[in-house]
Design a protein around this ligand. Structure first.
Ligand code: CP
Length: 331
C-alpha cells in the first residue's frame, strides 16, 4: 500500500483486511513496528482528533511525527497555481510540500474544500495538486470531499456494535449556523454503501448531495449488495434504522453562495436531533464524526444517552490509523 487517499481505491476485502489489522494491533500492540519512522502532518485547517490520533498512533507503533500548520509559526503556504505571490503566503506548496516530504517517511495532508466552486472541490484540485508533488506514502487527513480515515474508523465502530452488514444507515443533514464541507457526508455515504448497507440520505430541499457523490455511493452499493436512496421524509427514513449518522453540510443547490445558504438554513433549526426522532427506531445508534455543536446539530438528551457512540468513533480513529500506518510503513 503506497497511499491512503480514498476508501474507493481499495476492494471491500482490502478494507476488511485493514480492519482486521486494526483489531490485531489493539489486542497485540507492536511498539517497535515503526521504530525510526517519521510521519509529517500538514494541517491547512484545524483539527483535534486527526492531529492527536495520528501522533498517538505513530508513538504507539514506535515512530515519531512532526506537525506543520502553515501560517501558524511557519510560513504561510500558497496552494493556487500561477498566482503572483504578493500576499500573505511567503512560500508555495510546490516547494514547501516536497521539502517537508524529504524529512519524513510518510506525509499526511489536511486541506478542506474552498467552498466556492462545486466542480473544483469535487475534482479535489488543491489536494490532488499537492499529492502530485511527492512520491512518498501519503495519507488524506481530510480533503474537499473525502475523509477516508474517519470512514475507516466509522466502519470499525459499526462492526464492534454488531450493526448488521445490510442494516439501515441513515445519513441525516443537521443544522449548523454556517455551511460546512461535504467531505464527511461523502465519505460516510460511500463507506456505508461499500459495507453493503441500506443507505438513506435524509436532507431538506436544497441540500441534496451532488450527483457525482451519490453516484459513487451507488456504484459501491452495486458491488457490495447494498442500496442508496434519498428522501426529505424523516419518519420514513428512520423507521427501523440501525444507525443515524448525523452531519452538517452546506446548501448544494447554491454552492458558494453564503447569502442563499444562510437564507435556506435559517428555516431549518429544527433539524437538531432529539429523542423524539427515534420513536420508530428505539435501538438506533447515533454517530457523528465530531466536532459537534450541542443543541444545534444534536441535543444534549441524545449526545448524553446510550445511543450516542460519538466518543467510540473518535477513539477508533487511533487503531484504524495504526493499521493504515502499519500497512504503509512497516517493512
Ligand atoms: N472528525 C475529525 O476529523 O475531527 P478533527 O476535525 O478534530 O480532526
Amino acid at each position: 500500500m503506497k497511499r491512503f487517499m480514498d476508501l474507493a481505491d481499495f476492494t471491500r476485502d482490502e478494507v476488511l483486511g485493514l480492519l482486521e489489522l486494526a483489531h490485531r494491533l489493539e489486542a497485540h500492540p507492536e511498539p517497535r513496528a515503526l521504530l525510526g519512522k517519521i510521519l509529517g502532518l500538514v494541517f491547512f485547517n484545524p483539527s483535534l482528533r486527526t492531529l492527536a490520533s495520528f501522533q498517538a498512533a505513530m508513538a504507539r507503533l514506535g515512530g515519531s511525527s512532526f506537525v506543520i500548520s502553515p501560517g501558524q509559526g511557519t510560513w504561510q503556504l500558497e496552494t493556487r497555481t500561477g498566482v503572483v505571490m504578493d500576499g500573505a503566503a511567503a512560500e508555495h506548496v510546490r516547494e514547501g510540500i516536497p521539502v517537508l516530504a524529504s524529512y519524513c517517511d510518510a506525509l499526511g495532508i489536511r486541506a478542506f474544500a474552498e467552498g466556492k466552486e462545486l466542480a473544483s472541490d469535487l475534482a479535489e484540485i488543491a489536494f490532488n495538486g499537492m499529492a502530485q508533488l511527492i512520491d512518498k506514502p501519503l495519507i488524506n487527513l481530510e480533503s474537499a470531499v473525502n475523509h477516508p480515515c474517519q470512514a475507516l474508523a466509522d466502519w470499525k465502530t459499526m462492526d464492534e456494535l454488531k450493526v448488521p452488514r445490510a442494516g439501515r444507515f441513515v445519513l441525516s443533514w443537521a443544522y449548523h449556523p454556517r455551511a460546512l464541507p461535504l467531505a464527511v457526508p461523502a465519505a460516510a455515504l460511500h463507506m456505508a454503501a461499500m459495507r453493503g448497507m441500506e443507505v438513506i440520505v435524509l436532507r431538506p430541499e436544497g441540500f441534496a448531495l451532488p450527483g457525482p457523490i451519490m453516484q459513487r455511493a451507488r456504484d459501491a452499493a452495486a458491488c457490495s449488495g447494498g442500496s442508496v436512496s434519498e428522501t426529505t421524509d424523516r419518519d420514513t427514513a428512520l423507521r427501523g434504522a440501525h444507525v443515524l449518522y448525523v452531519k452538517e453540510w452546506g446548501a448544494t443547490g447554491s454552492y458558494g453562495d453564503a447569502g442563499e445558504d444562510a437564507r435556506l438554513r435559517g428555516a431549518l433549526t429544527n433539524w437538531c436531533v432529539r429523542n423524539d426522532w427515534f420513536a420508530a427506531s428505539p435501538d438506533c445508534h447515533v454517530m457523528h464524526c465530531l466536532p459537534v455543536r450541542r443543541n444545534t446539530a444534536i441535543a444534549d438528551e441524545v449526545l448524553d444517552s446510550a445511543r450516542s457512540v460519538v466518543r467510540r468513533e473518535a477513539y477508533n480513529r487511533l487503531p484504524a490509523q495504526m493499521a493504515v500506518l502499519h500497512k504503509l510503513l512497516s517493512s
